[in-house]
Design a protein around this ligand. Sequence first.
Ligand SMILES: *[C@@H]1O[C@H](CO)[C@@H](O)[C@H](O)[C@H]1NC(C)=O
Ligand SMILES: *[C@@H]1O[C@H](CO)[C@@H](O)[C@H](O)[C@H]1NC(C)=O
Length: 231
Amino acid sequence: MPSSLVSTLCLILISGFLSLLTFNLQTAFNMNHGSYPEVNVHEVVHFGAVITLQHVSTTGGYLSSLNASYPKRPASSEQQLVAVAAARSDDTSWRIYNASMRSELVDQDDVQGMHHVSRDATVILRHVATHKFLHSHQEFAAPVTSGEGHWEVTAYGMRGFEGDANDDWVVEPLRGAVLTTATPFRLRHRLTGCYLASREGAQLPEWGFGLQEVTCTRDEAGGDLWIIDAI
Ligand SMILES: *[C@@H]1O[C@H](CO)[C@@H](O)[C@H](O)[C@H]1NC(C)=O
Ligand SMILES: *[C@@H]1O[C@H](CO)[C@@H](O)[C@H](O)[C@H]1NC(C)=O
């Protein structure tokens, strides 16, 4: 082998080793600090992270669920309410999982998976405070927004129950191959193709505490962009 080729190969090996070392040091640094102390605007979202979803298209409220149910009238599933709330609280925390891991979630909460959430990943979102999954179905129309194509969104399930395919959402970031805190994204309901959305001026009545309605819609009018506010 010519000696110039050998030294080139050596250089490549050494620089590769150095960048690996730097990467490992950075990882160790992050781990020592446990949960990330500050939100880095380019943070990559990993499975197992607790996140809040901020609604981009209106006033920037948060995807929320509370210990209250949709009422019998208008016709509803009577499952747990999901809405946009103005402020962050315990009600606005969701944990994001790879949907393939649902059976492991039956008796544990901290399935990590380690992997980042990639474009077109099928995810499930579990409401931390009540252990229910973000859910939609086309048996019931949305309570406020009338017309075809706006369906009810609920939180559904309980500890010990692995949920069902109506809990599956596909992640569609506006750009990039992975979901980061800097990327607005859409969540598409995998079975029915509608998008998680909310509209300015669609306020729930008293039973919904006047919060802004959340629906699943195929309406092109939008209202379906979200961004992760914290991880
Ligand atoms: C939710 O509300 C019901 C009835 O109002 C109550 O029995 C239950 O304990 C509440 N659950 C939580 C987690 O607060
Ligand atoms: C989800 O988990 C399955 C099964 O382990 C795996 O094949 C798939 O690649 C994972 N999805 C992502 C986006 O990591």
